[in-house]
Design a protein around this ligand. Structure first.
Ligand code: HEC
Length: 183
């Protein structure tokens, strides 16, 4: 019995220390590293006035699906954990029959999601332009897909729908629809 018990405790200990789970076996998105990155990024966005109560307001425009009826788009270079790259922030507003003036006058009431793309280091996701995606709710919580997976990281790499599958079709092959600056 003794050797078996020793083996069991070694496996339990290994799992506790994270040894039994190599990084490559982690889901391509929604894992702990992605969630930590998403949390630091939201804090940085609040600090930079890109999100939260003191966010800079731009003139919203009428959007198309899936992002929402009224949108705002802001872009700037950021440095996070020692790595710099462009950050694209899209604020998604919705509500019955809303128009641009409703959003300008009371943005907090209609903000439904903040979707972002952050260009990561080369090799992060080489075949998909090295973009890190997050879908936050209005308060900065990472939202989930219907399967309960958190929408942060390489969302949803290898799947037929989701951020990557759709953004792959953007003109210029840079995964960005609004322009081709990162071609
Ligand atoms: C079904 C297609 C589709 C899906 C899925 C999708 N997007 Fe988009 N996205 C678009 C389109 C089209 C635009 C450009 C039009 C606009 O401004 O809404 C866009 C624009 C953006 C932009 C502004 C940069 C750009 O590409 O112009 C960001 C940031 C963004 N999406 C993030 C996300 C995130 C994060 C997800 C996943 C949670 C996601 N998108 C899922 C179609 C999609």
């Amino acid at each position: 019995m003794k050797p078996v018990r020793t083996l069991v405790s070694a496996v339990v200990l290994g799992a506790t220390l994270g040894l039994a789970v190599p990084a490559s076996a982690e889901a391509p998105f929604g894992n702990q590293t992605d969630m930590e990155m998403a949390t630091s990024l939201w804090a940085l966005m609040e600090y930079k006035g890109l999100a939260g109560d003191h966010a800079v307001m731009t003139r919203p425009y009428k959007g198309i699906q899936p992002h929402g009826m009224i949108l705002e788009l802001i872009e700037m270079p950021v440095t996070l954990h020692g790595q710099s790259g462009p950050l694209i922030v899209k604020r998604n507003y919705g509500g019955d029959g809303i128009d641009i003036d409703d959003v300008i006058n009371d943005p907090k009431r209609y903000l439904q999601a903040v979707t972002i793309m952050l260009k990561r280091e080369a090799g992060y996701d080489a075949e998909n332009g090295d973009w890190f995606y997050v879908k936050y709710d209005a308060r900065g919580n990472v939202m989930k897909n219907p399967k309960g997976m958190s929408l942060a990281g390489r969302v949803a790499k290898g799947m037929q729908t989701g951020c990557i599958a759709c953004h792959k079709t953007a003109e210029g092959g840079d995964f960005v629809f609004n322009h081709d600056r990162y071609k």
